[in-house]
Write a protein that binds this ligand. Sequence first.
Ligand code: NAP
Ligand code: ZN
Length: 363
Amino acid sequence: MYHLPTRVVFGSGALRENPALLKGFGKRALLVTGAKSAVSSGALRDCVAALDSHGISHLVFNGITENPELDSIIAGKDIMLDEGCDLVIGIGGGSPLDSAKAISLAAANGLSRKELYRTDLFSKAYPIVAIPTTTGTGSEVTQYAVLSDKETGRKAGWGHELAFPRLAFCDPGYTFSMSPEVTTNTGLDALSHLLEGLYSCKRDPLLYPLIHSGIKDIIRYLPIALAEPHNAGARWAMMRASLYGGITIAQAGTTLQHSIGYPLTSAFGTPHGLANAIVMRAVMELYYPYVQEELDSALASFGISRSAFFAWLDELLPPVSLHLDDAFIAKSVPEVMASRNMASNPMSVTPNQVRDIYLAIRS
Ligand code: NAP
Ligand code: ZN
């Protein structure tokens, strides 16, 4: 099964050349962004021009930080309702895109801060449009939002059919301005999503052509995008791989590979994709006996061995020193075990196995 309710326009000029697709979604848009990248990428300028050309008024809410906080969602919801907006457009990386989804759901259903994870209360949504400026999360085609609660120090996600964007404009040109760090971290996040499409107990061979093509492109083009940030072919391939990763996790879900990284982000501020990458080898080795056929045939199709893959990964990973003390591990293992992603593991993972992975990566 393969369910993709988002209309995806992909390529250079995706938004500039198709502004009419925004017609009919609303009369006043809330543009949800981070501090700077919507401007530096050029995506905000194109979006405003497209809205203006069709008489859709807009308001910018640029209060989204990395690992978006529940408070920011409530602030966005209040602006949305006070200003009479009826359409939400997320512009940026996964943080603004996920926030746009959460703001839409919170505003449409009148949710309070403590109800932001209550998917049972989600019965309607304002239309959501997504304009990605990173090549990692694939949030433009998923039903997920990942939010952080500074009161509990916990990062966790939800998924709901109403959170699928109605429309996504994927223009690789918006990603030229990414720093090398953001390029690496987000590229490795996309790689995690594609690998998880092979690991997940909900894996579906229907997705394998996308998964194989995405992994192959990341192995080849991520180093090129780093060496030549304005290489259009490399940025294009990375954006396509990220999109395929999003389509993959929308169907197959994410796994331990993701849930074990969330506490690293909450406790140490490790960027999401880097947190995934740090545990990628350990998770692959844990899963390997259960997904040997899927992994071996994927890697064979790119002509790369598992050890060559690990060498490629080691070359990209920056040196990371994480002081995972016993208190961190004692707090995090139950959080990981309780996370919704664990339902998609290829086998039953024990608390000791999670602990062992943390012990293996601690410095
Ligand atoms: P992000 O948190 O949205 O952004 C990271 C940094 O990159 C920010 O400083 C941002 O700047 C900057 N940036 C973004 N685009 C840029 C550009 N074109 N040029 C220059 N700088 C740019 O990063 P992300 O990795 O894309 O998203 C991570 C979040 O998504 C995490 O919370 C993760 O858990 C979540 N996620 C969601 C899904 C899903 O399916 N919904 C899947 C995986 C991960 P600004 O602050 O100025 O924007
Ligand atoms: Zn991810």
